[in-house]
Design a protein around this ligand. Sequence first.
Ligand code: TXA
Ligand code: MG
Length: 319
Amino acid sequence: MKYSDKVIPPTPQGITRAAAALADGALIGLPTETVYGLAANANDGQAVARIFDAKQRPRFNPLICHVSDMARAKQIGIFSSAAAALAARFWPGPLTLVVPRRPDAPVHDLVTAGLDSIALRVPAHPVARAVLAAFGGAIAAPSANRSGRLSPTRPAHVIADLGEAVALVLDGGPCKVGLESTIVEMADDGIRILRPGAVTEDMLAAATGRPILSNVNNDQIKAPGQMASHYAPQAPVRLDAGSAKPGELLLGFGAVEGDLNLSPAGDLVEAAANLFAMLHQLDQRQPTAIAVAPIPNRGLGKAIHDRLIRAAAAKDLTS
Ligand code: TXA
Ligand code: MG
């Protein structure tokens, strides 16, 4: 298969082209340290509408707004001292803060889907930072996959799913984190995790000393995009598998070898970075199911579990 000529290197010219495409109302594939984003000018309603159209989101879920720094973030959201402390500790990085939206925020209403809160993030990836600097404004960017599909951690994943929709994809290499950002909001009684990610419960607790209220196993879904069917490959997914049944392919971890192994050393950081890319790879071989070896449910393992449970829930696999 021909590697699309829409994938361009992040040279100064490439960054300039990307910023110009955003200013023009086009969509681009933007590398971040978590996953690739489908990026648009957050203040351009038509451009933001194109994101929903391209992803075929079943409804208008609010999008994360990416900004270059705290000064920009404060033009868009209202930061309590607790929220500001988290930003100071974890930005730039894989943490998204949901804060009250400023009435005069230079962001189109479609980004927030009519909510009076807004999700903000300062990404750490040097290419994302270069584009934010060159573009100047806020960038709305969900993960660059069709709704319900796996998140992209390589330019080729973006092209395969959304090649028609993007003007270009900046090649930022494989995503280092490989899982979407941790999303939190401030509550009166602590910090609520709306989506687990690389900034773990322990890290949040250590940074703030405040109680962590986990939303992960709640029936009440606080992040509207956190539907059970997210992050699914085409093949059904079977969890906690010690071996593959006939027709299945096994995604290993640690000593459970598998057809591919998330981390032979049993390292959760390595496993997170490999998760989506390896699910993509196994899925392309069209197995009857993808069996996944047990992953420890601690630290970053909680975020991996969250994504795997959603992948498994998409198709009802009883056994
Ligand atoms: O790592 C990431 O966060 C990636 C990269 C591209 O930055 N982006 C990403 O965006 O994962 P997306 O759209 O796939 O997920 C955004 C999540 C959704 O679950 C959405 O419902 C939630 O954030 N969200 C956005 N605004 C919110 C708000 N005001 N309140 C609660 N949840 C919100
Ligand atoms: Mg997503």
